[in-house]
Design a protein around this ligand. Structure first.
Ligand code: HEM
Length: 229
């Protein structure tokens, strides 16, 4: 067996691949969040940013391909480790695990991960594969491109509530994976564990609150802004 194969089939190898791909996905989520917050700066700022991204052409296609590959690797290796752990546990039936001491976010990892995967199909259909210059992007008869598409999409309360629930799942997933990947790579001495835990939870909360603020802002803007002006 080659060294690479041996590494990929070892328990630590699989954990490190999950942690490294998870890290890249967290970086993507944070960058995506920063870009999306430009919605608060108005249509010109948000559309200007997305047009700049799209003008990257082939480079953007390569980044998207890389991102999709990282997603597939992360999900594939995670599914493999979960199955192997289940088999190992059923062989050692009734051996109690440490589930009692695991945090809520840790216990929810499989559920939050599955919900995020399901969300991505709807999300890509909503914004990536939709036409940003159709009637769906019009606000009071003016076409606002991708900004208008996002704005109009969140006028639907069912979609907005679904997004907010998913953002809670994203925050939980990020908060557990950030601390877990620091441990997997042994990046910090054990005495910093409580600090890393607090920072990871903080990152998860920031991700949930800031992403959720977008649909919340749009619903308030549309329904109540006229009362404030
Ligand atoms: C309120 C929350 C969110 C909003 C408003 C939002 C908005 C958008 C928009 C407008 C696009 C299309 C970008 C373009 O065509 O230039 C997009 C693409 C995408 N989003 Fe989100 N997003 C949100 C949350 C998320 C989350 C939490 C994830 C990951 C877990 C995510 C993953 C993606 C991916 C993978 C793409 C495709 C990227 C590409 O094709 O380049 N989004 N999002």
């Amino acid at each position: 067996m080659s060294a690479v194969k041996r590494y990929l089939s070892s328990s630590i190898g699989k954990k490190q691949i999950i942690a490294a791909s998870g890290f890249l996905l967290i970086v993507y989520v944070v960058l995506h969040l920063i870009g999306n917050l430009l919605i608060f700066a108005g249509p010109d700022a948000f559309n200007g940013y997305t047009e700049k991204l799209h003008s990257l052409g082939l480079v953007l296609r390569l980044i998207e391909f890389g991102l999709a590959s990282v997603f597939v690797i992360h999900i594939g290796f995670t599914a493999k480790v979960v199955m192997e752990n289940r088999w190992a546990r059923s062989e050692r039936y009734n051996v109690s695990d440490a589930s009692e001491t695991r945090s809520f976010a840790a216990k929810m990892m499989a559920y939050s991960g599955s919900l995020i995967l399901l969300f991505l199909f709807f999300h890509l259909a909503d914004f990536t594969f939709a036409d940003p210059y159709s009637q769906a992007s019009e606000i009071r008869d003016i076409n606002f491109g991708l900004y208008g598409l996002v704005y109009n999409s969140f006028l639907n309360p069912v979609r907005s509530i679904f997004y907010i629930l998913v953002m809670v799942a994203v925050g939980l997933h990020v908060s557990h994976s950030a601390q877990s990947l620091v441990q997997t790579f042994g990046l910090m001495p054990a005495k910093y564990k409580p600090l890393i835990r607090r920072c990871s939870i903080g990152l998860g909360i920031v991700v949930t609150v800031l992403f959720s603020s977008i649909p919340i802002y749009i619903m308030i803007h549309r329904n109540f802004w006229s009362f404030f002006n």
